[in-house]
Design a protein around this ligand. Structure first.
Ligand code: EPZ
Length: 419
């Protein structure tokens, strides 16, 4: 298993570009199952989860061409299977995103039920309940969810809680349903709007994506489309914190600051100077005094849970005390015990973590537990004195494109040790 070796305390400087959003590219790839025509996606990040999604689509019988790095041409005209096998689902929960498209287009889908994962139980009950409301018959046999429907019927679906994947699955399913579907209490994340943009280009009728009520008018068939994936807002936020935690100045390009309002506001409150150079470029100056500021994760447009670990790491370097409140996942503080090994002063009680800073971090051997926790350990390693080793960096490879190369290009001392 690969490891990272980081020598901390180096100043960063220069320009770094953000890749396409993993969490947008994943549902957009799944959406290609809705049509026999070719869907071309640009700006698909070169990360492990996207390779897994590509394998899943190929497993189902799709042809996926990659004519240029980060461009995917998916043709689902020859799909001959409707099952997402456990081997793929267990490595990537986003595999469940094929459920809606498969049952909508082929009247049948089988997807292994994902188990729990490092950050929480993460059930898919809301996806299944909503599909049932659209007329699908759902059965669970041997750990496999089977969904069948002659044709899905439009319905008013009110989600009990906001679910990003549930909104995406049902929005895709509803595009080919008979009649009108209204998704109420829908997720508003930019990734939902991006998927809706793609589906609209494919011929779907969707209104309200990006708000809490989405209306979809079903059509008989969808066609091919060409679409460019939005920038990754979580990678952008992670890079901003890389500049802040190393007291450096970085220019971050190819991003969309409008998708990061809550993150930018919070970081500015904490003393990070962030200048919006233009619509796609930020300049971060991390040389001011960092202040501890409380945080509560929320659904969009609130502060994203996917930035909590990185922010918590920044708070170890801020003056004072902060309460970090995680409201989306029940077990998303796996990074805390690793950060404590570097010397961070942190205390977890239930869904909250109390931070006290600033503390001098000193390099140690760490183990990455999940994607965003790994990112937070890399950030801590950049700030720590001496050498930090991070094991199991395959977690970070799931969602960050060549993070070590990007950081090295702006002056970080970080290398991958193959193992
Ligand atoms: C998406 O996961 C993202 N993944 C996650 O990013 C992100 O953390 C999460 O949304 C929240 O923003 C992708 O987009 C591929 P949810 P998703 O359904 O869709 C509960 C990362 O690091 N829930 O919005 O799985 C669930 O357990 C990842 O890039 C149910 O109870 O998240 C959680 O507590 C990790 N029943 C909450 O809702 C359901 O049927 C939000 O989950 C569905 C969800």
């Amino acid at each position: 298993m690969d490891k990272f070796r980081i020598v901390g305390g180096k100043q960063l400087s220069g320009t770094v570009a953000v890749s396409g959003a993993k969490n947008s590219a994943l549902p957009c790839l799944a959406a290609a199952l809705l049509t026999p025509e070719t869907v071309t996606l640009h700006n698909v990040p070169y990360v492990r989860d996207l390779i897994t999604m590509r394998r899943l689509l190929e497993d189902l019988g799709c042809t996926v061409l990659v004519p240029a790095l980060r461009t995917h041409q998916i043709n689902a005209g020859t799909v001959d299977a409707c099952e997402a096998p456990y081997e793929l689902v267990k490595t990537m929960r986003a595999s469940v995103l094929v459920l809606g498209p498969l049952v909508a287009r082929f009247g049948e889908a089988r997807v292994s039920l994902p188990g729990g994962c490092a950050i929480g139980q993460r059930p898919i009950d809301l996806h299944l309940k909503a599909l049932e409301q659209m007329g699908a018959k759902i059965e669970l046999q041997g750990g496999v969810v089977q969904a069948r429907a002659d044709r899905l019927q439009g319905a008013d679906i009110e989600f009990e809680m906001v679910t990003v994947g549930g909104t995406e699955n049902l929005m895709m399913a509803a595009t080919l349903a008979q009649g009108t579907t209204r998704l109420i209490n829908a997720a508003c994340e930019p990734e939902i709007s991006d998927l809706a943009d793609l589906l609209t280009k494919m011929g779907a009728y969707i209104e309200g994506a990006g708000t809490s009520t989405i209306t979809i008018e079903g059509v008989n068939a969808l066609g091919g489309a060409i679409h460019t994936i939005i920038p990754d807002r979580i990678e952008t936020g992670t890079l901003i914190i890389a500049a802040a935690i190393t007291r450096s100045e970085l220019i971050i390009t190819d991003c969309n600051p409008q998708h990061l309002t809550a993150v930018l506001d919070k970081l500015r409150d904490a003393g990070v100077v962030i200048e919006e150079v233009n619509e796609t470029t930020l300049r971060v100056k991390g040389n001011g005094q960092l202040r501890a500021v409380d945080l509560t994760t929320e659904v969009y447009p609130g502060f994203p849970t996917d930035m909590q670990a990185q922010y918590l790491t920044l708070m170890t370097q801020a003056e004072g005390d902060a309460e970090i409140n995680e409201t989306i996942f029940e077990n998303r503080f796996m990074h805390v015990s690793e950060l404590q090994r570097l010397g961070a002063n942190l205390r977890v009680h239930g869904h909250q973590c109390h931070t006290h800073g600033p503390t001098l971090l000193t390099g140690a051997k760490l183990i990455a537990s999940d994607l965003r926790a790994s990112a937070s350990l890399v950030l801590a390693g950049l700030a720590a004195q001496g050498e930090t080793w991070i094991d199991r960096v395959y977690h970070i490879d799931r969602g960050y494109e060549k993070i070590e190369e990007k950081l090295r290009s702006v002056g970080a001392e970080i290398e991958r040790i193959k193992g």
